[in-house]
Design a protein around this ligand. Sequence first.
Ligand code: SF4
Length: 326
Amino acid sequence: MIAEILKQYGYKKLNDRPKYPKERHWPSDAAKCLRALVYQWRGEQPRTREGRFFFILSDGEAHHKLITQQLEEAGVQVTMKEAPLRDPKLNISGKLDALIKFNDKYYVLEIKSINRYGFDEIIRDGPKEDHVIQLQLYLHFVQNLFKIDAKSGILLYKNKDTSSFYDFQIDYNEMVVRDFFEKLKIVEENIARGTLPERPYERTDWHCQYCDYKETCWLGAPADSIAQITDEEFVRLVGDLIYTKSQRKEFEVKEDELVKQVKEQFKKRNLTKSQIGSYILELKKSPMRRLDQKKLLASLGLGDKELEQYYETKDVERLDIKEFYE
Ligand code: SF4
């Protein structure tokens, strides 16, 4: 009953407000498809969205506010919070999560709250590229608009499911900012010419699946010619694989939760080793080795880009399975 009221409320908040053409660039545009941005500037009607997206956005804002407040309570000097930024020359607006002072240095703080899958991914693969671009833009504006000497920023991730934190310190890189401004130029040129940038993704790509302009963008485009599997044995095989994958995910989540609970019990009982039947359980610290790329680059006197030459690219065969909605 109450859930339905909230669902309707979220839907209304998200979809009932008047849709105006976009008037300014935003740092968060870094995450968007250029073609979608042109649609937004043109004032194309976006698709209606489920009410839960409203709560995802407002939960994110609430998390950011709370984390900044908790940082202050923890003794971190927060010099600015939720500070609006506006560069009229470039026609960009944004809102800085926080500027903090730590060990006599200023850092731009960009906070992201994500789910456990995203969180595991960033720990494994590093921060998301569009988040790094946003942070770089805020560093640029803090230096150029506020004339504050902030050379580094901190990208702070919060796992919404477990309330764990993970952060990355990222140095200012002017090239990243310039690349972003070049992208904005492409958007502006297309708007002025009345054209659209090429579609950078396939129709089945997740960017298109979640895009507000999916219908407009793909309207009239010839359907992809994908071979349909009808062979019963093959269909069953794929079905088994999809089912197994979904089960594995569920078990992984359950396993993580159980491990957490067992660890808590160990700590509560002041145990490091115990036995249950033929099972020995031991809670111990084991070293995790990680290559510190920053230190390596500094000792070799190289920049981020120069590291590229040491990467080897090899094609590996992989089977992607993604759900596609018409
Ligand atoms: S549907 Fe895909 S290609 Fe088209 S605007 Fe959206 S993200 Fe870009």
